[in-house]
Design a binder for this molecule. Structure first.
Ligand code: PAF
Length: 295
């Protein structure tokens, strides 16, 4: 696996990758953008990328633009050497670790903002977050120019924002969502799980459990507001100090639903011991209660 930091080297390296399978210069390139502190969820992105393309490029860039002033930019976990080794073992071909100056050179004055989809849920709790995400992802996609780019469904709203952005800007890059990878007890893998104490980690599983119980209740015909109230009660009872939202939403528009309809998602964000966790699960009509993870 080739590792580069320099933006100037990138275009040549990607060109070489496309050509590296011999005379065929049409090799498909996949991009997996990350902020590092990699775990099995990121490795699932690489595995899916390898299925969909001939060559895989990953980026590690802790994007300052998507962190609020009171958020964890300074303490965000950074494990460059271990990350690079995981990517190498997973079969990634090129790792690009740009500097802040390469991504946002002096005078950089452009913001990519996706109206509507960015404004609810995470957008309300973290103002400006999705502008930061859309701007950096546009920047990375335009620099690497992959055929396909992969993002985890764990950040379901982020995935929807990126799809909209790529579509609206006519980037011609396929955006693929990859299912959330969970620990054995059902907690979604996240780089921020590292902030949890052993006791908080045990309690944190209440979040996916509450979502699964709400899904089962909704599929069994319980009114949506009662199912959501039950989920919030269970999350609070487990020791979460605050809940930003627990909602049933349309899986495409992320608009809240008062009654089950079409493709739906249950989404939640709550804080335990100072660590804010988000999660979501699909709710499919025709899906029988208790049929699928998380437990
Ligand atoms: O999901 C992430 O890790 C980040 O938000 C992303 C997409 C790499 C943009 O910085």
């Amino acid at each position: 696996m080739q590792i580069i930091r320099d933006l100037e080297a990138l275009a040549g390296e990607v060109f070489a990758l496309r050509a590296s399978q011999g005379e065929n210069r049409g090799d498909r390139v996949a991009l997996v953008p990350t902020m590092g502190a990699l775990h099995a969820g990121h490795m699932a992105l690489i595995t899916e990328a390898k299925r969909r393309a001939d060559r895989v490029v990953a980026t590690i860039f802790v994007n300052p633009l998507q962190f609020g002033a009171d958020e964890d930019l300074d303490r965000y976990p950074r494990h460059e050497a271990a990350d690079a080794e995981m990517l190498r073992q997973a079969g990634c071909d090129l790792l690009w670790m740009p500097s802040v100056g390469d991504i946002y050179p002096e005078g950089f004055a452009t913001t990519v903002s996706v109206r509507g989809l960015s404004e609810r849920w995470e957008g309300e709790a973290r103002p400006g977050h999705f502008d930061g995400v859309a701007t950096v992802v546009a920047r990375l996609l335009l620099a690497v120019k992959p055929d396909v780019a992969l993002f985890g469904e764990k950040d379901f709203q982020q995935l929807a924002v990126i799809r909209r952005m790529a579509d609206d800007l006519g980037l011609g890059i396929e955006i693929v969502g990859v299912p959330t990878v969970r620990d054995e007890d059902g907690l979604a893998l996240s780089s921020r799980n590292a902030y949890l104490s052993a006791d908080q980690r045990k309690r944190a599983v209440a979040l996916p459990q509450a979502l699964a119980a709400a899904r089962d209740a909704i599929l069994s015909g319980e009114p949506v507001d009662a199912a959501l109230a039950g989920a919030k009660e269970a999350i609070r009872a487990a020791g979460f100090s605050s809940i930003d939202y627990v909602a049933l939403v349309d899986a495409g528009t992320l608009e809240p639903l008062e009654e089950p309809r079409g493709a739906m998602r249950l989404i939640a964000a709550a804080t335990i011991g100072g660590t804010r966790l988000i999660d979501n699960i699909a709710v499919a009509t025709g899906q029988s209660p208790r049929a699928s993870s998380p437990r």
